[in-house]
Design a protein around this ligand. Sequence first.
Ligand code: PGA
Length: 254
Amino acid sequence: MGNTRERFLIANWKMHKTVGESRAFAREVVRRIKGTTLRNQLMICPTAPSLWAVGQELSGSQVSLGAQNLDLGREGAFTGATSGYLLHEAGAKWVIVGHSERRQYFAEGDDLIGQKVAQAWESHLRPIVCVGESLGEYQEARTISVITRQIEALFSKATEEALRTIIVAYEPIWAIGTGEVPQPSQANNVAALIRKILAQKIPDDADNIPVLYGGSVSPKNIHQFLNEPHIDGALVGGASLQVEELLKMADISS
Ligand code: PGA
């Protein structure tokens, strides 16, 4: 409460929903919120093949469109790759970068993630940068050092201009898809830390960078996170796949 930062509710659909299902979902959301103003800025991040269709449905509405990943480069002989420019052309305004599933299953390291943040900015996309510690790191009380490393790794790759456009999502890996969540006050402390680290590089703007919490957020528990002063919204996986739940979460105030 009390700050003027933008507040977000971001749906990360991961590899769920067909193109047809994604389009129908977006249409239903737009129909349901017509004439209302949601308390949090709602964003949907569908699979890459669904971006265009979902973007068409969301066009002119208060809901924005994000992609879940981008590859480096603009065009060229990179079989299977999707550039930020293509995502932008397909309608995305945002892109998730460095999600723990990309780090874990696709071997993305801090260095590549920093490059992707820079590339997103070049491609006219605003990056949603995910950071978070594993269960082992949490148990060893290494959260602060892991988060510090992950944020500082952006500094050598992304310009200050690019950093000013980011959203950060703090997602403890042990909380993703598990039903486990940290104490909201703990998540709040990490969000404050993230802004403090960013202030080393962008001292005048760090205070305006939205920091979200993610990991097993649902309509039942979102309130407690949004009540925390340093948390500006949520990045939601599982609970974002149902229209009803998504709209509830997008309209919750702190
Ligand atoms: P979850 O996923 O809400 O299903 O825990 C969050 C995420 O991975 O962004």
